[in-house]
Write a protein of this length. Structure first.
Length: 225
């Protein structure tokens, strides 16, 4: 038993962070503008003990064409906003949005994080342009990634939430051109309103934490013997 626990612990400590990949249909957008930068192929969600990341893989190169906007809407608690979002885009989450991540691939990359509290604050709770050190937006070829501290979303290890991820244009009235959770075309024109199509995610312990738990169990067995 002790040997088995030790092996499990070592494997967990050596394992990479777990990722959940959500796939979306290719070509499910009404426009070819941007050469594919608005067409979501997948979103990979990963977390460690303090941070969570949403990595968009797109059909176009965001280094070549960078005007796209990338957004995540989150329902993590009862209540929330059932009609709007942090950017005031024509996008709703009927179950009630509690957080909003909005990112851009131009102007050196950037993102904002909003938490709903009887309204969406401005300035946002966190923003790259105001020197926040708990968020980051990066791009590379066909990917765009937004990372934020779990605390910015009032989330912790073991919490579950639903979310959808979107692409949009540079206009403030542009809607969700593509939705991760919708395998079909989301809208028929730029300013058309649409609803989120939520998928779920659970914030998991990082492998190192699992390893420490296993080691603690091994130590407890030794004490009892």
């Amino acid at each position: 038993m002790k040997r088995a626990l030790a092996i499990i612990a070592l494997l967990a400590l050596a394992a990479p962070a777990q990722a959940t990949i959500y796939n979306d249909s290719a070509g499910d957008i009404f426009t070819g503008a941007g050469g594919g930068i608005l067409d979501i192929l997948s979103v990979e969600v990963t977390n460690d003990a303090t941070d969570i990341s949403f990595k968009f893989t797109l059909a176009g190169d965001v280094d070549v064409t960078d005007w796209g906007k990338y957004m995540v809407i989150i329902d993590s608690a009862p209540g929330g906003d059932s009609v709007g979002n942090g950017w005031g885009r024509p996008i709703s989450m009927p179950s009630g949005a509690d957080s909003w991540l909005g990112g851009w691939a131009d102007s050196g990359n950037g993102m904002e994080v909003y938490r709903y509290n009887a309204g969406w604050p401005f300035p946002p709770n966190e923003a790259t342009w105001n020197g926040s050190t708990t968020i980051a937006a990066t791009k590379s070829g066909f990917t765009f990634t937004m990372t934020t501290a779990l605390a910015n979303l009032n989330l912790g290890i073991g919490d579950s939430f639903t979310f959808d991820a979107f692409t949009s244009g540079g206009g403030g009235g542009d809607g969700a051109i593509d939705s991760l959770g919708n395998p079909n075309q989301q809208v028929g024109d730029w300013g058309e309103h649409s609803n989120a199509n939520p998928v779920s995610y659970t914030v998991v312990p990082e492998p190192a934490t699992i390893g420490l738990i296993a080691l603690a169990g091994l130590a407890l067995i030794r004490r009892r013997r």
